[in-house]
Design a protein around this ligand. Structure first.
Ligand code: S3P
Length: 172
């Protein structure tokens, strides 16, 4: 029987979930999976197109199903999209898993993702949008997380090490 992912990464856009997740997978000798990539592969179109063509609620329904499938079947490192924690059912599922919240402050966020139009939620006035998103979500990330790792002024390698330390995981 699968015991689920070794690590589940949550946090806002640009907090480094994909980069850190891939490094963690390498260190743990485990596969890496990303629910945004699962959705894009299943739909055959980018997330920005799903938002524009079918709206955010449709994307969230696809995301809920993608997260639930990945939690049930993926044995390695799993990164979730930044808004996955908005869903009540997803948060209930996450309670049984080793979830780490990668946090960062607004200046760092704008530096990293402010001009990236692939992220539809930050397309206009990224600083304000990001602040509003975090006001709505910070408590949800904290609620589902067993550990919080700050990413500001840390390299991806340092963040990956902090995640391993927080969950008391050892290299493969
Ligand atoms: C979103 C974050 C994105 C992606 C979508 C919505 C959000 O994922 O799922 O654009 O609501 O924060 P990343 O956090 O991987 O960028």
């Amino acid at each position: 029987m699968s015991t689920g992912p070794l690590v589940v990464l949550v946090g806002p856009m640009g907090s480094g979930k994909s980069t850190v997740g891939a490094l963690l997978a390498e260190r743990l000798g485990a596969p890496y999976r990303d629910t945004d990539a699962d959705i894009v592969a299943a739909e055959g179109r980018p997330i920005s197109d799903i938002f524009i063509e079918d709206g955010e609620p449709h994307f969230r329904a696809l995301e809920r199903a993608a997260v639930s499938a990945a939690l049930a079947e993926h044995p390695g490192v799993l990164a979730l999209g930044g808004g996955a924690v908005l869903d009540d059912d997803t948060r209930a599922l996450l309670a049984a898993h080793p979830v780490v919240y990668l946090s960062m402050d607004v200046d760092e966020a704008v530096k990293r993702v402010g001009l990236n139009t692939a992220r539809p939620l930050l397309a206009v006035n990224p600083r304000r949008q990001w602040r509003e998103l975090m006001e709505a979500r910070r408590h949800l990330y904290t609620e589902v997380a067993r550990a919080v790792v700050a990413t500001d002024e840390r390299t991806p390698e340092e963040v990956a090490q902090a995640v391993l330390d927080a969950l008391e995981l050892k290299d493969a």
